[in-house]
Design a protein around this ligand. Sequence first.
Ligand code: SAH
Length: 375
Amino acid sequence: MNQTKVNLLNYDHQALKNYFESLNEQSFRATQVFKWIHQYGITDFTKMSNLSKSLRERLKSLTEIQPPVIAYTQHSQDGTCKWLIKLSDGNCIETVYIPEDDRGTLCVSSQVGCALNCSFCSTARQGFSRNLTVAEIIGQVWLAVRALSEQEGFHDKKITNVVMMGMGEPLLNFEAVISAMQIMRDDNAYGLSKYRITLSTSGLVPEMEKLREACDVALAVSLHAPNDDLRNILVPINKKYPLEQLLPVCKKYFNKEPRRKVTFEYVMLAGVNDSDAHAKELVKCLQGIPCKVNLIPFNPFPETLYQCSSRTRIDQFSKILMQAGLITITRKTRGDDIDAACGQLVGRVEDKTQGSRKRLIAIRSARHLQQLTEN
Ligand code: SAH
């Protein structure tokens, strides 16, 4: 009988050690395999030359190393690279690589679709399908490392930073996201420091309270509005966790390390949240919180009613914040010509929140897949 094999990509270092223990194998063997998988990108047990032949055969019979697959790659004129990644159940997600002079940032997805329904985000349009597994989350990093090393013109491009800012709400897939980030941090895998991994959340207060203990990384919070009335519309989870609950958690988040700051993301929507009055209200809101503000020019997508604020409006908004002493950075829009910018990631999703298997929502990346199957 053909038993399903255990996918070792689902295990962080500790989980892999536990698994080896359950097989009565020594724990340092788990570390060796962990390195083969993540540092050398090896999926074939026969190539793991420091393991005995019998262990290799045993692993081969019980386990596999199965990353998702890249279905389609797109390159932006600005060097940004977007991969459409196909999962074993046919769902697709997107992962984006953003090269800059001094760093290379990988934007990783945590769910297929998203349940949170933020009104200005295209991922929200497609509804929620399911959480990604650890293998599918860390698999994006695994694939990107390999793809960059093989892609012409990208050989020298490294992943120095990871942002959990792709599709989905990472804190609604807590356990898997934590394990995946632990693998990113592990010196036997990707060895990224806690300052170089950023988790972005729409503000799930209970999970934020657990996050710091579970895995210490940089935190970004999608604020987008300086008061509850407006935030209830833009980020509806605010009705459950209003500002009076969210802001105190942000204030104390890094209280043991006063030099670290929470980043507040604020999407600039023309005529919606971008007036001088909003800026002043935001200053009040953030008083006493060790933080930075990241202004994100709105990235449009088909059928959205929002528009991005003008450059002068963004500059004026930013000036008010800076004059009040807030560190404010306007995020550069990258990869928008390939729909890889913030809020433009869609993948292709079967919308289970609508209860209909037939309801495949037509979205842009679906077209890419279609092109693929036509060619
Ligand atoms: N669910 C997480 C990660 C989302 S993506 C979160 O809410 O934080 C990362 C950032 O892009 C978030 O701040 C999100 O609000 C923002 N974003 C979403 N749609 C956008 C759009 N169309 N234009 C600009 N930023 C957008």
